[in-house]
Design a protein around this ligand. Structure first.
Ligand code: HGY
Ligand code: MN
Ligand code: MN
Length: 430
């Protein structure tokens, strides 16, 4: 509904005032309360969240999101990869939409804000657009990506990589969790939960994508900035390593005869850690999962399987370190057999300057302080970057703590992030 321009206001100034209308409808209390409500699904006794991809808790969270979306008359949809969409229709339904969102799945000892903040800030933005009575030219879609974390099904970012065509649907369906349940079986549970939500095709055209997320690091808080304009995402390679030995009696088998998979794994991890040890602490090398079989006190382990998460902002360093993993495993496996599988290999990326400039200008127009920042954490925006203009908006989190039940953020930072998000989306959808 167009309003007459007040006498005296210059058109540009008036347009800016009009455009800022949506940000005025961002409600910090509502945004906070929605986070606390979502945190019930997978709540852990220590105050964190364990909401695994395609789990009952994940499905409950999707049900709640669909409910909030229907109150706003957003059009719901899903795709074959388990992603969930809520669309605010634009004036030109045929135009490629602008997308915003993140993930609702969490790590086993996750917090109340990783991922879900990007989904709920996106919902808050759509609600503010509705409240301001603005109908954008392009539709704006909120997305909740399936399995960003990769903790139940590895690798992570499955939903966004399949949506964008970086990986195929077939390549994920047979991947199993630790209980032998496949992604396909998990997706069938979601299909059964939402039989009336229509399926939209994968690899649909998208005009632009903006993801809001907590920083998961200490910089914004320590430098006292409200917003991080994300310049890019550091590269990441993940591997699964197995050491195959032989079970033997802990009391009778001689060390010289043993094929002890655990001792071999310790040698291998030590060698990899030495390879990745740099004085500047830039290389990030993590062995997060370490499974021993048969895991019995009086049996020499016959099999050890462990994960490698390797990251570095310089793609050439990441490639050279990652390319040495297989040889190092073989050289340090002793009498055991080492098998190395690379699960993902993503180089560092830079978001387009145009997107970064837009986000900065929107923040400055609202007198919200912002700084450029590289993302050391991975995000679904990685897979949107090759198919459309993409960017990210960070907000501070307390002490930079994340992937930890103590993760926390504050309502005013969360609202500031949503205010910058909503105006950025409207500029992109104009
Ligand atoms: O691991 C990551 O960087 C992301 O938080 N899943
Ligand atoms: Mn995340
Ligand atoms: Mn995470």
């Amino acid at each position: 509904m167009a309003q007459a321009r007040p006498a005296g206001a210059s058109w540009a100034n008036y347009e800016n005032i009009m455009k800022l209308q949506a940000a005025h409808f961002i409600d910090a209390q509502r945004l906070w309360e929605r986070h606390m409500h979502m945190a019930k699904y997978g709540a852990t006794p220590a105050g964190g969240v364990d909401r695994q991809a395609l789990s009952a808790e994940d499905i409950q969270a999707q049900k709640v999101l669909l409910g909030w979306g229907s109150e706003l008359e957003l059009v719901p949809a899903r795709d074959a990869a388990g992603n969930l969409f809520l669309r605010l229709p634009g004036l030109e339904p045929g135009a490629a939409p602008v997308m915003t969102g993140s993930h609702m799945d969490s790590q086993p000892t996750g917090g109340k804000f990783d991922g879900i903040y990007g989904v709920l800030a996106g919902l808050e933005a759509l609600q503010a657009i509705r409240a301001a009575g603005i109908v954008p030219r392009r539709s704006i879609e909120l997305v909740a990506w399936m399995n960003e974390e990769g903790s139940r099904f590895a690798p992570g970012m499955m939903g966004s990589s399949v949506f964008s065509g970086s990986s195929t649907l077939d390549s994920i369906l047979s991947i199993k969790d630790s209980r032998g349940i496949s992604v396909q079986e998990g997706l069938e549970k979601v299909q059964a939960a939402f039989p009336l939500v229509p399926l939209w095709p994968l690899q649909r055209p998208v005009h632009a994508y903006v993801e809001a997320h907590i920083e998961q690091g200490p910089i914004l808080e320590s430098e006292s900035y409200s917003i991080g304009v994300v310049s890019g995402i550091q590269g990441k390679r993940t591997f699964s390593v197995s050491l195959q030995g032989e079970e033997a009696h802990a009391g009778t088998s001689r060390r010289c005869d043993r094929k002890d998979a655990l001792m071999a794994a310790l040698q291998v991890v030590q060698a990899l850690s030495a390879l990745c040890n740099d004085d500047q602490d830039i290389v990030k090398f993590t062995v997060g999962r370490f499974q021993v079989k048969p895991n019995a006190p009086s049996v020499v382990p016959s099999l050890v399987e462990f994960s490698i998460d390797l990251r570095h902002p310089d793609s050439s360093v990441l490639q050279s370190l990652g390319d040495q993993v297989e040889l190092l495993c073989a050289q340090n496996a002793g009498p055991c057999k080492a098998t190395v599988r690379e699960l993902s290999n993503a180089i560092s990326l830079q978001f387009p300057q145009s997107m970064r400039t837009l986000i900065s200008e929107v923040a400055q127009t609202q007198s919200i302080s912002c700084m450029d920042i590289l993302s050391s954490a991975g995000h679904d925006a990685r897979y949107m970057h090759p198919i459309c203009a993409s960017g990210m908006i960070f907000i501070p989190c307390a002490g930079g703590i994340s992937h930890n039940e103590a993760e926390s953020a504050n309502a005013s930072d969360m609202a500031n992030g949503a205010k910058v998000l909503v105006e950025t989306l409207l500029q992109l959808a104009a």
